[in-house]
Each structure stands twice: as structure tokens, then as C-alpha cells.
Design a protein around this ligand. Structure first.
Ligand SMILES: *[C@@H]1O[C@H](CO)[C@@H](O)[C@H](O)[C@H]1NC(C)=O
Ligand SMILES: *[C@@H]1O[C@H](CO)[C@@H](O)[C@H](O)[C@H]1NC(C)=O
Ligand SMILES: *[C@@H]1O[C@H](CO)[C@@H](O)[C@H](O)[C@H]1NC(C)=O
Ligand SMILES: *[C@@H]1O[C@H](CO)[C@@H](O)[C@H](O)[C@H]1NC(C)=O
Ligand SMILES: *[C@@H]1O[C@H](CO)[C@@H](O)[C@H](O)[C@H]1NC(C)=O
Ligand SMILES: *[C@@H]1O[C@H](CO)[C@@H](O)[C@H](O)[C@H]1NC(C)=O
Length: 676
């Protein structure tokens, strides 16, 4: 007696097309979404299906002739019109709340001799954002295309005034990724501790997302990524060198689930986004600019400056120039219905939640309404986007000689990639009730039309100071800073002026001062003066790349010793790398095409480096090329052959790591691949 379930290539492709899982073309098993029917055909009469995961949990369903497939339970149906002597066509449907994971088909055949069972193949069941009964249902097709199906995206970094869009390959459909994401659920402590309970709970995206948030970092478990913020990455890969999630997840599986070195916030978040999209849970990567890490939970972050404008390393609280987390879309059946929708999940290990390093799901609507009573972790995320900053100037004897308060800086921009376009979407208003900014009224009175950004301005009784940049800083050009000083009083003033620039990493205190200027100016009664200073490329070139600059000005009224400070942090954009593609409008899958990457050296010195080209669905594995030394202004071009493996909008990315520096220059191009 033999049984067989046959699922030819065509039937597999048809099922996966209807379930929007056709991207997983490399999977040996059928991949379908819960809450919707799929077809199999089999020899011999089939009376029961048993769906089991490692034999511990199963659903038995009699095969019926009723075409109804209620989304609340498993169901198998034979269409009598397709019945013939050899073959049966059976439609199987799963409940919209079925646990996600790997299932085994088991066939039971009853004969006079008794019962025989055969294991006849596996299938993989994912969440279904297209099914309105599924807790991850999201209503619009363009949302599902972006947040579930898209295998590339942009991560935003830098500063709000000079956003850096970093390309990222989510690599959902690359070989081994689906399997790695399912492995992640299997090696989780929850699964190891109690398989049955874990399988049951996997019906719930709240549970799944919390498990994944803990498993992305390697604290407390054999999670995917080890964090390292030391700046020394010799024992692994520097977080800024990764181009996508695929390499990381494959390395993790290959090493027998030992943590991959190294991650920082955007790497943790991007890998989590991959896992959630693979599991069928809508997910997007979020950047919070000027993110507060409020260790003592008083909603105040202190920062300290010296009398001459050097930022000091004093506070235990910190402000990261940006912090990156993910949002996942789901119903919160454990909370009130108002809390459905986007949920913050932060896989970067920062604080323990329920004893382990994970964070969320925290409903974004709960954060906006300060519902710190709701689960999970709302107070932590609320502080990250809402704390106040107190800026304190200390004398050389540690006395406070100046103080100001800023309620706008933290969470000043919260953003994600727009749907369908490679650009930023501002979602600050989802997290915060937006107050009217005082800076706007000041900007109107500003007499400079050239001025792009107005940095923190502080005022004392006697003077107001503004620090501005004349344009977005770009590598190779001088940074032009303007200090505008207004004497508000009807008496002349003598002021000491101290300007100070320090390099800093996005989540560290600044390092030593690399540029400073000191002087004295005279102000007539009610006079307004503007000082222009240039920081030259040779003076700042070592901080180009992923580093930022903290620039501060401190004024001291020589008569009263009153001090005022203005400061800001900014990054320097790098350019020079461009990508071109031949016959851009006639690209089809499985047909080769040529792309070329051109680099023009924007620096005032010769550079060489390593060029990496990657693109999920466009090239199999990323390719690397050595770029020989190029003089200032010199140009080099590298051609690459691409072979798109699937239709859709794909992203080609290039990054050039310059030798002997920490600078990486990046570029990307969206490529539209048509099906044949
Ligand atoms: C997990 O399952 C248990 C029962 O097995 C249940 O009490 C618990 O609420 C579930 N947790 C989640 C997050 O679904
Ligand atoms: C970070 O990496 C360096 C060298 O690669 C290593 O010495 C250090 O221990 C690492 N830190 C952590 C927290 O793993
Ligand atoms: C920082 O933390 C340390 C140890 O927890 C504590 O002793 C110190 O007082 C704190 N400093 C400030 C400025 O809060
Ligand atoms: C982002 O949106 C908020 C609220 O809509 C707005 O106040 C803010 O100015 C926007 N920021 C940028 C950089 O567009
Ligand atoms: C700042 O101080 C902390 C300890 O208080 C130290 O761990 C950290 O390395 C310091 N950072 C810098 C940039 O000096
Ligand atoms: C790269 O960055 C690390 C940490 O910030 C620093 O110690 C090292 O000197 C830098 N290397 C170069 C060549 O700038």
C-alpha cells in the first residue's frame, strides 16, 4: 500500500502565486498563508489529514465534499467533478489564526487490514495580511507590497537636516533566508522550554514579535547578532559594512546559531524587519532622530559644556543622534481596539523587559497618548521621543555658569521609507502631539535668505545667539558657519566668542576638539552682528563618513560674565558614486544586463578602496572589486553583469570603503524588472 501527495512545479507555482508567496521560489516545500485555501492532488482515497509539527501538535480533518472553508478551522474538500480513479484534487484551508511554522502532511488510509499512515511532505504556513480575519490584516495593497513583500529598502541616518539614506537588502527571497527565519523560532528559549506552548502561541503576532525582538540580539539566548559599540571590530564585521540581512542570517545558521559579529541599531532593526516580513507580518524600519536614552526615567537629559564650548562627557543619560527600531502592524487583542495598528519593536539590546533584552510591541497610539500603563515598554519608548534636554555650561571649577532648556530636540524627526518610492516619510505626528515650534517665528524674522537651518538658539537678558550653517555640508567643500549675535540692550557690549568643533559617533560623547576659534567682538547698543567662519576640508576630512560633528558657540558678556550657548550636531554628506544601467526600460527577469558604477574622487587627496555591489533579486551574491588609487577629481568605472531572478522593483546598491579610513560612500538605484 502506498500513498503519495503530488505537487508538481506548476501546482506549487499556482498555489504560491495565489498566496503571494511566489518570491520563495527556492523553497523545497510549499509556502502558503493561513486563512486561505490551497490545492494539492493525491493518489488513493484520503480520509484524514494530520497536520503536525514534530508530531506534537496536530489538526485532524476529515476530507469532505462541502465547499465551505470557514476561516476558523482546518478544512479539506474534494471537488467531486475532479474525481477520477487515479487522482484526487483536494483543497485544504487553514484557520486565519493557525500557528505559523513548518507542518507535515500525514496521510491516513483505512483498509480492511487496518490503518496505515504515510508522511507525505511538508508545507510552511505564514501570516496572511491579505485575509481580513488574520490579526496582521492590513487594508491596502500598496502597504502589503511595501511592508510584506518588498525585499529592499532605505534606512535613514545622519541628522534631520542632512538625512543619509542608506540602502539595505532585506533579502527575503534569497536562498536559506526563509529557513533561517523558521529556525529562529525553533531555537528561541520559548520553544526550547515548551514546544507545545510555543506552537500554540505562534498563532498570535504579539507573541511572535516579542520572541523575534529578543532573538535578534544575542543577549540571554543564541540570538542572531552581537552588538558592539567600541569602534574596534577586528574580531568580526564592522556594523557599517553590512549591505543586507541575507549574509547575517546565513552566517548565523552556518555557525550553528552562534551570534554574528557585529550589529548596531540599524542592523538589528533591519534584520528584524526581514524576519517579520518573511513570517508575513507587515514591518517597516523607523529612525528616531535625537533619541533619548533616559536611564533614570525622569524625562530629562542633561548635557554639559565647558566655558569654551567643548562638550563634556558627564551625564549617564545620553542622546543618540539617531536610533533605529521597527514597527510591525497587528491587532492588539490583549489591549483595547484603539491600540491596533503599528507597534514599536526594538531589537537593540538596551534595557531588559520582563527579564530579557527585548522591547515591545508598544502601540504607537499608546506612545502618543502617554498610556504608560499599557504593555509593553511604553515608558521607555515614550522617553526616547519626548524627553527634555537641559544644557549646562560649567566653569573650570565645575560651577554652573549657564543653563538652557530644549523641549523640541528629542524625537525632532521620526521617519521611515515612503510606500513605493525611495524617499523619506515623516511620521513624527504619529508619535507626538506636535507643538508650535518657537524656532519658526524666529526664522521669519531672520534676515538671511541663505540660511538653511537654525540651530539651537539661546538668549540671556542681554544677547541672543544663533548658530547656523550656510548650506548642507558636503565632503570636499568648506563648512560655512554663521554666528549671529543680537544685542538686545541699549548699552554697548564686549563679548568673548568661543567656537568649538568635535567629532562624534552617533551614540557616543564627542571626542577631542579638532577645530576651535576664539575672539572678542564689540557690539553697539541694539546692534546685530554676523561672524562667518569656515572649517576647511583638510581640517575636517577625517570625520567624513559615518561620524558627526558637534559644533558649539559660547558667548561671554565681559561686563556681567553672563554666558549663552548655541550648538548643533551635523554630518557631512559624501558624494561621488553613481550607478547607471543600460536599457533601463526593457529589463526582464532571467535576462542579463549590464550596470556600471562610477566613482569620482571628491577629496583633496588620492584615495583607493574596496567597491561592493549587491542587490537582492538582481545578483546572486554580492560582488567586490579593488579600486586602485585615484587622484583628486579622478574617475573610475566598474561594469557588473546583472541577472534579475524575479519581477518587481529591485534595488541595486554600491558601497565604496576607502582604504586607511573609516569612510564608506554609498549609492543605490531602483530597477524595475518586468515579467516576461
Ligand atoms: C501563550 O500561551 C499561553 C497558554 O498556553 C497563554 O496563557 C498565553 O497568554 C500565551 N501568550 C501569548 C503572548 O499569546
Ligand atoms: C567588541 O569588539 C572588540 C574587538 O573586536 C572586542 O575586543 C570587544 O570585546 C567587543 N565588545 C563586545 C561587547 O563584544
Ligand atoms: C552615573 O551613574 C553612577 C553609577 O550608577 C553614579 O554613581 C553617578 O552618580 C551617576 N552620575 C550622574 C551625573 O548622575
Ligand atoms: C515632520 O512632521 C511634523 C509633524 O507633522 C512637523 O512638525 C515637522 O516639521 C516635520 N519635519 C520635517 C523635517 O519635515
Ligand atoms: C564617557 O564616560 C564614560 C564613563 O563615564 C566612558 O565609558 C566613555 O568611554 C566616555 N566616552 C568618551 C567619548 O570619552
Ligand atoms: C576608525 O574608527 C575607530 C573608532 O572610532 C578609530 O579608533 C580608528 O582610528 C579609525 N581609523 C581611522 C583610519 O580613522
Amino acid at each position: 500500500m502506498e500513498g503519495e501527495i503530488r505537487l508538481g512545479k506548476k501546482a506549487l507555482a499556482e498555489n504560491q502565486q495565489r498566496h503571494r508567496t511566489n518570491g520563495f521560489r527556492n523553497s523545497k516545500e510549499l509556502v502558503v498563508r493561513r486563512g486561505a485555501p490551497f490545492n494539492i492532488s493525491c493518489f488513493y482515497l484520503l480520509l484524514f489529514f494530520t497536520f503536525s509539527s514534530s508530531g506534537r501538535l496536530y489538526a485532524v480533518m476529515p476530507v469532505t465534499f462541502s465547499e465551505k472553508h470557514p476561516s476558523t478551522r482546518w478544512n479539506a474538500y474534494i471537488n467531486p467533478s475532479t474525481m477520477n480513479l487515479q487522482e484526487l484534487s483536494v483543497t485544504v484551508s487553514s484557520p486565519a489564526s493557525a500557528p505559523v511554522g513548518c507542518y507535515k502532511f500525514q496521510l491516513y488510509v483505512f483498509t480492511q487490514d487496518g490503518q496505515k499512515s504515510f508522511v507525505v511532505g511538508d508545507f510552511i504556513l505564514l501570516c496572511n495580511p491579505w485575509c481580513s480575519e488574520d490579526a496582521v490584516y492590513i487594508p491596502f495593497e500598496d502597504q502589503r507590497e511595501e511592508y510584506v513583500l518588498s525585499d529592499s529598502g532605505l534606512l535613514f541616518m545622519g541628522t534631520p537636516n542632512n538625512l543619509v539614506s542608506r540602502p539595505w537588502s532585506f533579502d527575503l527571497y534569497e536562498p536559506g533566508i526563509l529557513e533561517a527565519c523558521l529556525d529562529l523560532l525553533k531555537v528561541s528559549p520559548q520553544h526550547q522550554k515548551n514546544r507545545k506552548k510555543d506552537y500554540m502561541n505562534r498563532s498570535n503576532p504579539v507573541y511572535i514579535s516579542r520572541v523575534v525582538s529578543a532573538m535578534i540580539n544575542s543577549e540571554d539566548d543564541c540570538g542572531v547578532l552581537k552588538g558592539n559599540w567600541t569602534g574596534d571590530f577586528k574580531q568580526g564585521v564592522s556594523p557599517s559594512k553590512w549591505t543586507g540581512s541575507g549574509d547575517i542570517l546565513r552566517l548565523w545558521v552556518k555557525s550553528g546559531y552562534s551570534p554574528v559579529k557585529y550589529g548596531q541599531c540599524w542592523v538589528f532593526a533591519a534584520v528584524m524587519c526581514t524576519v517579520m516580513r518573511v513570517l508575513g507580518i507587515p514591518s517597516r524600519v523607523i529612525t528616531n532622530f535625537n533619541s533619548a536614552h533616559d536611564t533614570n526615567a525622569n524625562l530629562v537629559i542633561e548635557e554639559y559644556y565647558s566655558e569654551t564650548g567643548q562638550k563634556l562627557n558627564r551625564s549617564n543619560d545620553s542622546i543618540w543622534n539617531f536610533h533605529v527600531w521597527v514597527e510591525c502592524w497587528m491587532r492588539r487583542s490583549d489591549l483595547e481596539p484603539k491600540m491596533d495598528g503599528w507597534q514599536v519593536l526594538d531589537p537593540t539590546p538596551q534595557e531588559r523587559s520582563g527579564g530579557v533584552f527585548c522591547c515591545g510591541p508598544a502601540p504607537v497610539k499608546g506612545i502618543r497618548n502617554q498610556r504608560t500603563d499599557l504593555i509593553y515598554d511604553i515608558p521607555f519608548v515614550y522617553a526616547a521621543v519626548n524627553a527634555d534636554v537641559h544644557t549646562i555650561i560649567l566653569s573650570s571649577h565645575d560651577q554652573v555658569v549657564g543653563f538652557s532648556k530644549d523641549t523640541e530636540r528629542i524625537g525632532s524627526l521620526i521617519c521611515t521609507k515612503a510606500i513605493g518610492y525611495p524617499r523619506v516619510q515623516n511620521i513624527t505626528g504619529d508619535y507626538k502631539w506636535i507643538k508650535k515650534l518657537k524656532v519658526n517665528s524666529l526664522r521669519k524674522t531672520s534676515q538671511f535668505t541663505l540660511v538653511f537651518f537654525i540651530f539651537l538658539a539661546t538668549a540671556s537678558k542681554g544677547v541672543i545667539v544663533f548658530l547656523t550653517l550656510a548650506k548642507h555640508p558636503v565632503a570636499g567643500e568648506p563648512i560655512v558657519c554663521l554666528v549671529k549675535i543680537m544685542n538686545k540692550q541699549k548699552i554697548p557690549k564686549m563679548m568673548k566668542v568661543h567656537l568649538n568643533a568635535q567629532a562624534k559617533e552617533y551614540n557616543h560623547s564627542p571626542s577631542e576638539t579638532f577645530w576651535e576659534k576664539h575672539g572678542v567682538i564689540q557690539l553697539a547698543p541694539m546692534e546685530v552682528k554676523v561672524i562667518e567662519e569656515h572649517i576647511l576640508p583638510t581640517q575636517y576630512e577625517h570625520v567624513v563618513g559615518d561620524d558627526l560633528i558637534n559644533l558649539a558657540v559660547v558667548l561671554e558678556d565681559m561686563a556681567t560674565s553672563e554666558r549663552v550657548l548655541a550648538s548643533e550636531e551635523f554630518n557631512i554628506a559624501t558624494s561621488g558614486l553613481t550607478i547607471q544601467v543600460t536599457e533601463e526600460n526593457s529589463i526582464v527577469s532571467n535576462k542579463e544586463l549590464t550596470a556600471s558604477v562610477t566613482f569620482t574622487n571628491p577629496f583633496s587627496h588620492p584615495v583607493s578602496g574596496l567597491l561592493t555591489v549587491a542587490g537582492a533579486g538582481l545578483i546572486g551574491d554580492k560582488e567586490q572589486f579593488r579600486m586602485p588609487s585615484l587622484r583628486p577629481g579622478g574617475k573610475a568605472t566598474q561594469s557588473i553583469t546583472l541577472k534579475p531572478s524575479m519581477a518587481g522593483v529591485k534595488m541595486l546598491q554600491a558601497s565604496l570603503s576607502l582604504s586607511d579610513t573609516n569612510i564608506t560612500i554609498r549609492s543605490f538605484k531602483m530597477i524595475s524588472v518586468n515579467s516576461i
